[in-house]
Design a binder for this molecule. Structure first.
Ligand SMILES: [Zn+2]
Length: 122
């Protein structure tokens, strides 16, 4: 583990803060796109996942909101996964090569689970 206990606590704080921010963002985007109709939200999301490249002109506005929503949802997921890794003691280790991820990188992207070298190989 290359990061100290203080650094870990600092990064955990960042992750929790970011998670709250994204939860409200997702809530906002949902209201914005679908109002109170949660059933439609789930169905639309499922449809969107199946046809990510299909952007019909009249539904474009809505799909671009959906794009933002899905992006935010993915980001929230990686934040939550990072918090789980932190609990498991896996946090800060690259899932690609197993080496320690430098604190500087974790500080700017606390949700990351790969080092710069492995990220650039994707
Ligand atoms: Zn790596």
């Amino acid at each position: 583990m290359s990061i100290s206990e203080e650094q870990r606590i600092y990064l955990r704080g960042k992750l929790l803060q970011e998670r709250e921010r994204y939860r409200s963002r997702i809530e906002y985007l949902r209201e914005e796109s679908f109002g109170q109709d949660r059933t439609a939200t789930i169905q639309e999301l499922a449809d969107y996942d199946n046809h990510p490249a299909d952007q019909g002109s009249e539904t474009y506005e809505r799909e671009s909101d959906l794009g933002l929503l899905l992006e935010a949802r993915d980001h929230l997921k990686s934040l939550e996964e990072a918090l789980v890794r932190m609990q498991d003691g896996q946090y800060g280790h690259c899932s690609g090569c197993g080496r320690d991820i430098p604190f500087e990188r974790l500080s700017s992207r606390p949700e990351t689970d790969v080092c710069v070298e492995c990220a650039s190989q994707d």
